[in-house]
Design a protein around this ligand. Structure first.
Ligand SMILES: C[S@@+](CC[C@H](N)C(=O)[O-])C[C@H]1O[C@@H](n2cnc3c(N)ncnc32)[C@H](O)[C@@H]1O
Length: 202
């Protein structure tokens, strides 16, 4: 058993209150109509909120997590929505090349494997990535140590070989009104000085 598997299984079993939100990350919901249809991968899916949402939107979804307990919860929450749940440590996960139209990563740091994520995207495929951000504001939720939060612009800089469709850093209330600081990126596997962009209603 890897350290991550054991640690996260304990976290999910010991703490019924380790409640991850049920709704997908807001930027994914806001943009889903503009994303290419087809196959999606949700990395470190947890209880599967992004994966379930994408499957309900018609995607053929692979969802990976190291924790058996998380995937048990995800399966129970799926309630008829079909997702290919994969129990794997992401360190050992073999990404298929040119496989996915959409890849989502939320609240899991994996920029060290960004080249694998990019390779796994089809041409024109879109990466939606959200993570905890360092902030001098009063923050209610997320890691207590800045070590586990991205500094300003870190996520943006890492993804500059992709076409950045959206990048924002902000504090916002979660579903229970607690303040969180997040960096959100939407980036496409495309190149060219004059490209086509989806129209997003503000
Ligand atoms: C903070 S939760 C986020 C879950 C989900 N993405 C969300 O936003 O609701 C982080 C998740 O990463 C998973 N995880 C941690 N280390 C992992 C690894 N090495 N490989 C795959 N998943 C991992 C944990 O089991 C946990 O479900």
């Amino acid at each position: 058993m890897t350290d991550d598997r054991e640690r996260w299984n304990e976290k999910y079993s010991a703490d019924d209150e380790f409640g991850l939100p049920d709704d997908p990350i807001p930027e994914l919901a806001r943009r889903v109509d503009t994303l290419p249809a087809g196959r999606a991968l949700d990395v470190a899916t947890g209880t599967g909120r992004n994966a379930r949402f994408l499957a309900a939107e018609g995607y053929d979804v692979d969802a990976v997590d190291v924790s058996d307990e998380a995937l048990d919860r995800a399966r129970r929450a799926a309630d008829g929505v079909d997702v290919n749940w994969i129990r794997s440590d992401i360190e050992a996960f073999e990404f298929d090349a040119d496989a996915y139209d959409v890849i989502t990563v939320s609240f899991f740091a994996m920029l060290d494997r960004l080249p694998d994520l990019v390779e796994a995207l089809k041409p024109g495929g879109v990466l939606v990535y959200e993570h905890h951000l360092r902030s001098s504001d009063d923050i209610d939720i997320g890691p207590s140590s800045d070590r586990y939060r991205y500094p300003s612009n870190h996520l943006l800089h890492a993804c500059l070989d992709l076409t950045i469709l959206h990048y924002a850093e902000r504090t916002r209330p979660d579903a229970e009104g607690r303040t969180q600081a997040v960096a959100t990126l939407v980036a496409r596997n495309s190149t060219g000085g004059a490209q086509s962009y989806p129209r997003i209603e503000e």
